[in-house]
Design a protein around this ligand. Sequence first.
Ligand SMILES: Cc1cc2nc3c(=O)[nH]c(=O)nc-3n(C[C@H](O)[C@H](O)[C@H](O)COP(=O)(O)OP(=O)(O)OC[C@H]3O[C@@H](n4cnc5c(N)ncnc54)[C@H](O)[C@@H]3O)c2cc1C
Length: 261
Amino acid sequence: LLSWDGRLTDDARLVTALARTAAGRGARILTRVRALELTAAGARVRDELTGEEGEIRARSVVNAAGVWAGGLVDGVRIRPSRGTHLVLRPESLGPLTAGLHIPVPGETSRFVLVLPQDDGRVYVGLTDEPVDGDIPDVTEPPETDIGFLLDVLCSVLHVPVRRDDVVGAFAGLRPLLDTTPEHADAPPRTADISRRHAVLTSPDGVVTVVGGKLTTYRRMAEDAVDAAVRLRGLAAGPSRTASLPLVGAAAPHVLAGLPAP
Ligand SMILES: Cc1cc2nc3c(=O)[nH]c(=O)nc-3n(C[C@H](O)[C@H](O)[C@H](O)COP(=O)(O)OP(=O)(O)OC[C@H]3O[C@@H](n4cnc5c(N)ncnc54)[C@H](O)[C@@H]3O)c2cc1C
């Protein structure tokens, strides 16, 4: 299958633009600060650069710590799933006019994607592998993932792509919510776990938002903030996120290709 999507967002720039937009509206952004403990009324935190610890008081606390969210509150079980991407030079694949969706042999609903980037590099991904045990700060892509992606890629290409052609690889962990009963015989494969987000409230009043997709981040945030406002009885108007541009966004008429109003 040929496709033209999956190459629009630089996720690091998206996060920075979001933080700057929030700061422009009064948010205080603290980087390199780790939450050690959460309650409904605040957090105990540590500045990871100086080691200094302190308390932050708040009227409401939302835990959005991704795959690490389960370590901060009771009752949230995360089933991390590793996604690995390969980075190839364009000459390894020849000219590509579109991305590719390659069916994973023997599966009915899984694909490996070939995603040409604006700078000419090509990403090939991604795996969906459960990760047990401690959650690492930085996830390394194992050789088994790299071999799997090359095998699926080569199943449809005339020219083989070899291990030497892989100029880079990176991996991340999806924060999937584990909803299987504690005593279930066999948990589902991570590829079959829902990607929908969930907003959960702990008995001590911390709101947690997990799961979801980058694509749905505004809906996730709106649901989490609405829950926090309801739970803590805060005064707030309706959410404005649907029409709020990020810092640096083009004006709507530019995006639509229309003259200035
Ligand atoms: C390989 C891969 C590919 C993906 N592809 C897509 C895609 O194509 N489209 C799509 O829509 N979604 C995609 N996703 C899903 C998407 O990236 C995630 O759903 C999204 O990043 C989750 O956002 P989040 O803010 O909940 O968590 P995260 O992005 O994980 O952010 C959590 C943050 O909390 C911080 N943190 C953790 N613990 C603490 C603590 N104790 N104190 C302070 N901070 C803490 C972490 O440092 C991190 O910055 C992909 C995910 C992976 C792993």
